[in-house]
Design a protein around this ligand. Structure first.
Ligand SMILES: Cc1cc2nc3c(=O)[nH]c(=O)nc-3n(C[C@H](O)[C@H](O)[C@H](O)COP(=O)(O)OP(=O)(O)OC[C@H]3O[C@@H](n4cnc5c(N)ncnc54)[C@H](O)[C@@H]3O)c2cc1C
Length: 266
């Protein structure tokens, strides 16, 4: 690990001011990705701005037809939340499927989506539910937030404050997990909004989370596991590695979509 300066601001204004003046400074949330990258000398921030002391960034609250989750809220707290479990059970199950107990006790919603790992679970939930990411500067629709491999619309020094998830009519998530890390070889989040519109988000397939127009069309016509499983996707654009070929990943999308719809239908 390279040397760095440590800061622990007491509120968001202090944190953004610090990040504004520290050129190579980085926010620290659960540290599950950032600290590992620093230990491996893959990241060399001059300063770490620890968000852990900022109470306003944590918590889960109902806001009309949405649930608002603070950026610093741990995966374990989302998984255990009665409010999330009652109104968006698919999101609680998604959070409970991340990594292991230790990762869920430390990792945060904001850290996960700011990092935008191409096999992470939360990006599928955020995009699938059509959520809104609220930052220290603006509100960003999920469709505009994830912009590529480990890339997001966040600008330097911009911090995620919370994510607002509209409560859907029904939703489901299914992933084929890497047995070691639990990251998604393929994860599919399906959502039928209160309006009836269908959104489908896929993670683990390539350079980042994406929506599947084919699955959305099929499920808008018939929101059934059979309709999802009948969609055959081309392997073009899917990634291949030692874990799975592009063809296998493309096949898994339909299988996981079918399971996600079954979960949504209860
Ligand atoms: C063994 C292991 C297994 C895992 N398995 C899974 C899995 O199955 N599924 C899955 O989805 N994830 C998995 N993860 C990732 C984990 O879920 C964390 O959520 C993720 O690593 C980042 O969250 P964090 O809070 O630890 O962020 P950090 O590591 O602290 O930060 C990550 C990045 O986000 C930035 N950041 C953090 N908070 C904010 C904010 N509020 N605003 C702007 N930028 C911010 C940081 O500056 C940094 O660049 C795993 C991790 C480990 C170590």
């Amino acid at each position: 690990m390279y040397p760095f300066q440590y800061h622990r601001p007491a509120n968001l204004a202090e944190a953004t001011a610090l990040l504004g003046k520290l050129g190579e400074g980085k926010a620290l949330a659960g540290g599950q990705t950032l600290i590992a990258a620093m230990k491996l000398r893959l990241a060399q921030p001059s300063d770490l701005v620890d968000l852990g002391g900022i109470a306003e960034l944590s918590g889960i609250r109902a806001d009309g037809d949405a649930i608002v989750i603070g950026a610093l809220t741990r995966h374990a707290d989302v998984a255990a939340s009665a409010e999330v479990g009652k109104r968006i059970p698919a999101l609680a199950r998604l959070a409970g499927s991340i990594g292991d107990r230790q990762v869920r006790a430390a990792g945060t919603l904001g850290g996960s989506i700011a990092n935008n790992d191409p096999a992470a679970d939360y990006p599928a939930g955020v995009l699938g539910l059509g959520a809104t990411v609220v930052t220290s500067r603006r509100s960003i629709a999920a469709d505009d937030f994830f912009s590529g491999l480990y890339e997001t619309a966040l600008e330097p020094g911009e911090l995620i404050k919370s994510v607002s998830f509209p409560v859907p009519q029904r939703a489901g998530y299914a992933k084929f997990a890497n047995p070691a890390s639990r990251f998604a070889l393929i994860g599919v989040f399906v959502c039928q909004e209160k309006s009836g519109a269908v959104r489908v988000a896929v993670t683990g397939g390539g350079n980042g989370v994406f929506r599947s127009a084919e699955l959305e069309k099929a499920l808008a016509a018939s929101f059934t596991p059979a309709a999802a499983a009948a969609v055959k996707l081309s392997a073009d654009g899917f990634s291949g590695d030692l874990h799975a070929s592009p063809e296998y990943r493309a096949h898994l999308v339909s299988v996981m979509a079918g399971r996600a719809v079954a979960a949504a239908l209860g």
